[in-house]
Design a protein around this ligand. Structure first.
Ligand SMILES: [Fe+2]
Ligand SMILES: [Fe+2]
Length: 214
């Protein structure tokens, strides 16, 4: 069996993070696939379809890397919780779907993974290269769709939707925290600092919402 790194605490934590990232990508792939039929226009359907292909590729890249390293591929998110998240996403209106998927899961999720890249072993860093490049496209797609929906709203609805966004983001983050996965411990075990990570994510969230409001 190979090991990622000489330090077993690093290897265990990085293993959990890689499995988590792969599970999240698979979740996104399924959620986007399920939305294609009801997306509001051709541009949105094409963006979702492209993303399904991208996430499929990320899942394959990560699974290959995980098996090469002999990491325990045991899922870290229980399937019952994933089912619950699927139900939540299925029921969302388009604007809320975009906010939850692209501002939280895609933008903040990939921002957190970005923090790990400079600290990761070379093989893990390489396995994240293509996925993280694609995540930039996904966030850009989500923001552009969100702008489209917001611009089609009346000024008062638009203002109310924007004003409510931080609360939506916080609600979903709280729901994810309720899974009680020790994700921040894993991030710390691979070398990130908790406070710095929280600051980076907070300012990214503010920046994204400011971009939408501009
Ligand atoms: Fe991905
Ligand atoms: Fe993505």
């Amino acid at each position: 069996m190979n090991t990622i790194h000489y330090d077993p605490a690093y290897a265990r934590a990085m293993g959990h993070l890689l499995v988590l990232y792969t599970q999240v990508d698979q979740f996104i792939m399924e959620v986007c696939a399920a939305r294609i039929a009801t997306a509001p226009d051709t541009e949105a359907r094409m963006g979702l379809a492209k993303q399904v292909g991208d996430e499929c590729r990320h899942v394959s890249i990560q699974n290959d890397w995980i098996s090469k390293l002999g990491i325990d591929p045991q899922p870290v998110i229980p399937s019952v919780e994933l089912d619950r998240l699927h139900t939540r996403f299925r029921e969302l209106e388009w604007v809320d779907f975009l906010t939850d998927l692209y501002l939280v899961i895609e933008a903040l999720g990939s921002q957190a993974v970005e923090q790990v890249v400079p600290l990761a072993d070379p093989g893990t860093r390489e396995s994240l290269r293509i996925p993280l490049q694609d995540e930039l496209d996904h966030v850009a797609f989500g923001l552009s769709e969100l702008r489209k929906v917001l611009n089609a709203m009346s000024p008062s609805k638009r203002a109310a939707t924007l004003a409510n966004m931080p609360r939506r983001v916080d609600n979903l983050v709280a729901q994810l925290e309720a899974l009680q996965l020790p994700v921040m411990d894993w991030f710390e075990a691979v070398g990130t600092r908790r406070e710095q990570m929280m600051q980076v994510l907070d300012s990214r969230q503010d920046e994204l919402i400011a971009q939408l409001a501009a």
